[in-house]
Write a new protein. Structure first.
Length: 366
C-alpha cells in the first residue's frame, strides 16, 4: 500500500489496480479490470449532482481518492480525474439533460478544453465542427465535452471586449470520430487521443456556461471555482505519482552499493540526507496543499464565495506541491541505477507517467 495517499482504498481495489497497470501500459489503454472498477465504484460520476444520479462527493474526499489511485497507477488516476471532472459539468446542464446523460449505461465523459472548433447557430441548436486534442479516456467515453467559438453566418460572435465568444458543449460519442494520436512516452494507458466532429447538430441545451451563477445544481461543488478545482485535482495526481516514485526509489537505492565508498548506497550520509529531505519537503508541501483545499472547501460549503486571495492560495499550494514533487523525482532518479531505465520496470513506468502528467500547462510553475 502506498503510504502518502490518505484515502482508504481497500486492499482488494489497490491490488486490482496494481496487478493490471503494466498490462494497461503495454496495451495503451486501461485494462478491462480498471474500467470495470471505475464503473462499479461509481467514481466517474462522483462529481455529478445527486439529482442526476451522481454521487456529488465533497471535493476534499474526491481529491484524496484521485491521489490514492494515482499513487498506484498514474494513467488510471488521470483518467479518473479527467473523466470525473467532465462529469462535474453535469451540474451546469439542465436537470433533465443531466439525468439523461448521467443515467447512460457505463457513462463516461471525456473531452478537451481548447476552443479549437466552431459552433454555428442553426435553428434551435448549433452545428459543431472541429478537432480537439488530449481527451483522456477517449475510447471509453460515452459523451465528449468541448469548447467552441460561436458563429452566425460563418462569422464569429464577439464579446464586449471584441474577442470571439466561446461556449462549452456536450455531445454524444456517436457524433464524434476518434483520431488515434496519443504517442507519449508516459501515461500510455490514459489513451488521451484526439477527436473530431464534422457538422454535427446539437440542441441548444447541450451548450453550457461554467460559473456559479449559471449552475443548475445547488450544491457547493458547483459554486467551487473551476480553475481552483482543476489545480487541486491535477496536483493531487502528480503528488500521487511522486509518492509512488519515492517509495520505489528508496527500494532501488536500498539494493545498490556506492562504488567509491564500498557501502550500501542507502548508508551513504549524503544519500540518506537527500532521501530524508525530499520526503520531508514533500510531506510539508502536501500538508499545505490539503490545508488550502480543506479551508477553501469549508468556506464554499458554508455558502461563501472564494476571494481572489483564497483562489491564489489554492493555486500556489498546488504549484508548490508540483514543484516539490518534480524536485524529488528528478534528484532521486540518478541514484536508482540502470534498473530504473528499463522500460519494463515499475519505477520506469512511474517515472514516465510523472514526467508526462506534470507537463500539463496549468502545472507550469513559472
Amino acid at each position: 500500500m502506498i503510504q502518502h495517499a490518505s484515502y482508504p482504498l481497500s486492499a482488494r481495489d489497490t491490488q486490482r489496480i496494481a496487478n493490471h497497470a503494466a498490462l494497461a501500459d503495454a496495451a495503451r489503454f486501461l485494462h478491462p479490470v480498471h474500467q470495470a472498477l471505475l464503473h462499479r465504484r461509481g467514481w466517474l460520476t462522483m462529481l455529478a449532482p445527486r439529482a442526476s444520479g451522481g454521487a456529488e462527493l465533497p471535493l476534499p474526499e474526491v481529491v484524496r481518492l484521485e491521489e490514492a489511485v494515482a499513487a498506484i497507477d498514474g494513467s488510471m488516476g488521470w483518467v479518473l480525474t479527467l473523466c470525473a471532472g467532465a462529469g462535474w459539468f453535469a451540474g451546469f446542464l439542465t436537470p433533465d439533460l443531466a439525468r439523461e446523460i448521467i443515467g447512460t449505461r457505463r457513462v463516461c465523459l471525456g473531452g478537451s478544453g481548447a476552443p479549437t472548433g466552431f459552433a454555428d447557430e442553426d435553428g434551435d441548436g448549433y452545428r459543431i465542427s472541429g478537432r480537439w486534442d488530449y481527451a483522456s479516456g477517449a475510447p471509453m467515453a460515452t459523451h465528449f465535452t468541448l469548447n467552441a467559438v460561436l458563429r452566425v453566418d460563418g462569422q464569429p460572435l464577439l464579446d464586449e471586449h471584441g474577442a470571439p465568444r466561446i461556449r462549452a458543449f456536450l455531445v454524444p460519442a456517436a457524433q464524434v470520430q476518434l483520431i488515434p494520436s496519443w504517442n507519449s512516452i508516459g501515461m500510455r494507458a490514459s489513451a488521451s487521443h484526439s477527436y473530431r466532429i464534422d457538422d454535427a447538430w446539437v440542441a441548444k441545451e447541450h451548450g453550457f456556461t461554467i460559473s456559479a451563477a449559471t449552475a443548475c445544481a445547488d450544491g457547493p461543488l458547483y459554486r467551487y471555482p473551476f480553475y481552483s478545482l482543476a489545480y487541486v485535482t491535477l496536483a493531487a495526481n502528480v503528488a500521487g505519482m511522486a509518492s509512488h516514485f519515492m517509495q520505489l526509489a528508496q527500494e532501488c537505492i536500498r539494493h545498490r552499493r556506492h562504488a567509491g565508498k564500498d557501502l550500501p548506497l542507502i548508508e551513504v550520509p549524503e544519500v540518506a540526507a537527500l532521501l530524508h529531505n525530499k520526503q520531508q519537503d514533500f510531506e510539508t508541501a502536501r500538508a499545505r496543499f490539503y490545508t488550502a483545499l480543506d479551508t477553501s472547501w469549508a468556506k464554499v460549503a458554508a455558502g461563501e464565495m472564494l476571494t481572489t486571495d483564497d483562489m491564489q492560495q489554492v493555486q500556489s499550494s498546488s504549484l508548490e506541491l508540483t514543484a516539490v514533487s518534480r524536485a524529488a523525482v528528478n534528484e532521486l532518479y540518478p541514484l536508482c541505477g540502470l534498473y530504473a531505465a528499463r522500460e519494463d520496470s515499475t519505477i520506469n513506468r512511474v517515472w514516465r507517467d510523472f514526467h508526462t502528467a506534470s507537463q500539463h500547462p496549468l502545472l507550469m510553475s513559472l
